[in-house]
Design a binder for this molecule. Structure first.
Ligand SMILES: [Zn+2]
Length: 294
């Protein structure tokens, strides 16, 4: 969608190579799920060598809520594609690269049901454990981030793919992958920038794509490790909810920033409070089991 975000292209290539391989997990994924893969959603932007926009100067990732068949045909086609599945999309990954932030991370959605919010965060947490390039502290699941306006553009994230597809399908597993484009800088687990040489390469981005798929497979298997982490993430989601609702009256610019920092980062929390887990059970069973095989 944004032609300059090359890390996303490499991540998709990694996914495609893995999915078509004879790897045991890839075979299992192919047997259990139908993958709908749409590369290059902004072909005219690619052709023109644009960094972000299409040939009409539009950031297409702001039009999914009301796509026009003439002006945003690729967004319109995605909408038809989702509708053709009767909105039974189990998971959705939109691949991007972040121009400013110096790490790789996921954006998810704010979901009112704590169990489903925990489920949504679980994938990001598990991926960060499997993939050292993914920085969990930079992941964002806040409500505010689902509608925030872009700098210098009068558009909001209300129209971005992960938010709109989540609203169409109710899937908790709708994400934007942001591949950091600063290959010599990354953010460590404490949120501190580290400088070095070639943290990110084509192979790194490809491996992030592969790990997104293998982590997804891992998350849906029964295991003590995943079940324990799921409980932790439900507790974490409950804490995020409390902090977000308490922060509603914070309005000044400075405080807004502070609030966002609290809501988005994970390092503020320890997961020792198991008391809240009681109410939560894994959400997977209450969610549509994915597309039937054709
Ligand atoms: Zn992008």
């Amino acid at each position: 969608m944004h032609p300059g975000e090359v890390g996303a292209s490499h991540a998709l290539n990694g996914m495609l190579e893995f999915l078509t391989s004879s790897d045991e997990v890839a075979v299992k994924l192919r047997n259990d799920y139908l993958f709908l893969i749409v590369p290059i959603l902004n072909p005219d932007g690619v052709f023109n060598g644009n960094n972000r926009m299409d040939s009409l100067g539009q950031n297409l990732n702001r039009f999914y809520h009301l796509p026009d068949i003439q002006r945003q045909p690729s967004c319109y086609a995605i909408k038809l594609l989702v509708e053709s599945t009767r909105k039974q999309i189990f998971a959705f990954f939109d691949l991007h690269g972040h121009a400013n932030k110096k790490s790789c991370f996921l954006y998810g959605n704010s979901i009112p049901l704590t169990r489903l919010q925990g489920e949504s965060i679980l994938f990001a947490k598990l991926l960060s454990q499997n993939c050292e390039e993914i920085e969990f502290a930079s992941c964002n699941f806040s409500k505010k981030h689902m509608s925030s306006k872009d700098k210098n553009e009068d558009m909001s994230k209300e129209g971005c793919a992960r938010v709109v597809v989540h609203r169409w399908t109710s899937s908790p597993y709708c994400y934007t992958l942001e591949t950091g484009l600063h290959k010599n800088v990354k953010v460590d687990e404490k949120g501190i920038e580290r400088y070095g040489e070639d943290f990110y390469s084509m192979k790194t981005y490809q491996s992030i794509g592969v790990k997104m798929l293998t982590t997804f497979h891992q998350m849906l298997q029964k295991s003590k490790k995943v079940d324990d982490l799921r409980k932790e993430m439900i507790v974490y989601a409950g804490k995020l909810e409390k902090i977000t609702s308490k922060s509603k009256d914070i309005n000044s610019e400075g405080d807004k920033k502070k609030k966002e920092g609290v809501v988005v980062t994970t390092k503020e929390f320890k997961f020792e409070d198991q008391g809240l887990v009681e109410a939560g059970k894994p959400a997977v069973s209450s969610f549509p089991p994915g597309l039937p095989r054709p």
